[in-house]
Write a protein that binds this ligand. Sequence first.
Ligand SMILES: [Zn+2]
Length: 334
Amino acid sequence: MDGKSRIHCDIDLDLPGLRAGNLHLPLSTNSSAWGRLLTPIVVDVGYPGPTLIITGASHGDEYEGPLGIMRLMQGLQGTTLRGRIIALPALCYPALAAGLRLSPLDDGNMNRSFPGDPNMGPTAAVAHWVNTHLLPIANAVIDIHSGGSSLLFAPSAVIHDLPDITQGEITRKLAKAFAAPFTQVLTELDSTGELDTVVEAMGLPFISTELGGGGGVTPDTVRMAHEGLLRCLAELGMIDKAPAEDHPTRFLEVPEEGYLMAMNRSLLEPLVEVGEMVSAGQLVANLYDIDRPLSPPTPLHAPYNGILVCRAARGNIARGDTIAVVGHDEKNQP
Ligand SMILES: [Zn+2]
């Protein structure tokens, strides 16, 4: 990951005021010999204060981030912040343009590409620029995700249990301020290469979200992204007023045994919707084998009492797909 970035940013990130520009990465392709990958960047610099980095569309089939960030930044016109927001509303622009989770340029998964590499493909190069140019000047990072085309989530903020008490407390305050219906305290199946991992290793507060999914948006999930970001700005002291929360967020633990997986290619019959309560042993989904129409479906059961926080959004299931995720209330609600 050593080396100089080939990316340059065409706007000043320190000058007071609100402006938009692009990160420029030279990219020579079949269709554009002397082309560039342009990644939008928006900055709002106010009075002295903290620097908040906000990212959206790290995965290109998740739309609450770009929409929530554009609503936020447009709404800040005429307001003078205490501090600075640097927002990348389409962190993986090629994936967003294609409506895909991964970048079609290099099959890169932006949220598995950190800390990045300036000499690898465009996804790793953009990750490297963020890691070397933005994270060192950040005081907090918010990364807006949803389930994309393949998963559907009960709208949630997502945090991890952090060993550093102060970092953990600020993270929880931000998750409380974001006030999604749920906050998942997640055990990641694989955190290698995530933005979360590099930000948390720097000792910074970080929250992510899973606001919906299925490859679309709803009026509620876009509003949650926008208003949640405003409440986080108020929590950080960057603005005075933010919309009131609908309800206090409900903190859920999501341990590894909460993930239910398909062992065979199958058709999904979901029996519980995201956000609904489940009890230990409750049937949450049936997986049918279309090649054996009379064979009974494979049942999937809730491992404990809790909430269905996620389910597969597609009916057509591959071997190894996550079908459902069950969280349970934190032992000690903060
Ligand atoms: Zn995502």
